[in-house]
Design a protein around this ligand. Structure first.
Ligand code: NAD
Length: 355
């Protein structure tokens, strides 16, 4: 296994990982350890070029710094990628060699599951490194993050509705929810219990049928959910759904959901603002998953109080972002980035105390 340092501006450390015997090529990017060890998942994809893999891992590592800082976690941002087709190229030799590379960083980077990886794959990575979160078993195993992610999105949706409609009361509010998977289904249950009227869709008809029967939700065709009239749209399926074509068709006052990268381009944030639709930045509202994993990285036994405090941090951050966005006349996603950048630029607390 070979490690090659790549000097990339704005990143603490970027390592090209290779192993000729195992046929492994990958990258580990540490964007920042300013607030703690860098945490972010390991992704496997058949990238066409090494440059494409590098571009992806850099963007994702930076995103993790922002997500972790917004949730006020004592964690930094990092990410890792392996180049290859997960269906064909995922050999134990490659995964253990990659684990050795993570181990060589001595805890500055912690990995977890991401696209192309399964919990069983992580178990193999963990044979050669102790810096793996999201394992199925073990003293500090944090398990499925989806219920905590759903809780975070639910509380964030209430904050979003308070800013968009003047009330966070869900009784009688119409929620259009896209994607009834691990997060979306749990979230739908919380909305229904709080008295909201649910419009739901999924590509999997059985999931829609179940939600209709169990929650009294109304089924909407997958291609009609964005234009369904509602108070709030909760995208919980895929990224890139808010773009120049879909935004003009929206009939909602606000958007808050778990899906990553909902805005196709930064201009789409401005498009939403121009239409008077309040957008809750995705990386802020879906941080419940990383809050859950943080208990594993930080070796926290009493998980509930930690989780509650950090979930509250999500809504506090969101509240500040909405208030300042309105005052400054820019989108909440712009202010969210700024709030994190201000936090990153501030002197460490111990430096202030020493003055
Ligand atoms: P999942 O795979 O369990 O569920 C996704 C659901 O969306 C599936 O039921 C699928 O059939 C449906 N779907 C896919 N494309 C669709 C489309 N075009 N229209 C309607 N439905 C569609 O995934 P999940 O774990 O629930 O995550 C949902 C989203 O939230 C993803 O974007 C994920 O990256 C993000 N997220 C999840 C977590 C977590 O803790 N699981 C944390 C942060 C972010």
């Amino acid at each position: 296994m070979e490690l090659q340092d790549l000097a990339i501006d704005g990143y603490e450390r970027v390592l090209r990982v290779s192993d000729a015997d195992a046929g492994l090529t990958g990258v580990i990017a540490i964007h920042s350890t300013r607030f703690g060890p860098a945490v972010g998942g390991l992704r496997m994809r058949p990238y066409q070029t090494e440059q494409a893999a590098l571009d992806d891992v850099l963007r994702l590592a930076r995103g993790m710094t922002y997500k972790n800082a917004a949730a006020d976690l004592p964690l930094g941002g990092g990410k890792a990628v392996i180049i290859g087709d997960p269906a064909r190229d995922k050999t134990p030799a490659r995964l253990t060699a990659f684990g050795q590379a993570i181990e060589a960083l001595e805890g500055r980077y912690w990995t977890a599951e991401d696209m192309g990886m399964t919990p069983a794959d992580l178990e193999i990575v963990a044979r050669s490194t102790g810096y793996v979160a999201g394992l199925a078993s073990g003293e500090y195993a944090s398990g499925d993050p989806s219920p905590v992610t759903a809780r975070g999105v639910f509380e964030a949706a209430r904050t979003t509705l308070a800013h968009a409609t003047g009330s966070d009361d869900l009784v009688g509010k119409r929620i259009a929810l896209q994607g009834l998977g691990n997060v979306g289904r749990a979230l739908a249950g919380m909305f229904a219990e709080a008295g909201a009227t649910l419009l739901v869709t999924d590509m999997d008809q059985a999931r829609v049928d179940e939600a209709v029967a169990a929650l009294g939700a109304t089924a909407i065709a997958p291609d009609a959910i964005i234009a369904a009239g509602a108070d709030l749209f909760a995208p919980c399926a895929i990224g890139g759904i808010l773009d120049a074509a879909s935004i003009p068709t929206l009939k909602v006052r606000a958007i808050c959901g778990s899906a990553n990268n909902q805005l196709a381009t930064p201009e789409d944030g401005s498009r939403l603002m121009a239409r008077g639709i309040l957008y809750a930045p995705d990386y802020v509202v879906n941080a419940g998953g990383i809050i859950n994993a943080a208990t594993e990285v930080l070796r926290i036994r009493d998980r509930a109080p930690f989780t509650e405090t950090r979930l509250a941090a999500i809504t506090e951050f969101l509240d500040r972002a909405f208030t300042r966005a309105r005052a400054e006349g820019v989108g909440p996603e712009v202010i969210a980035d700024r709030l994190v950048e201000e936090k990153l630029a501030a002197p460490p607390a111990d430096a202030i105390a020493a003055k």
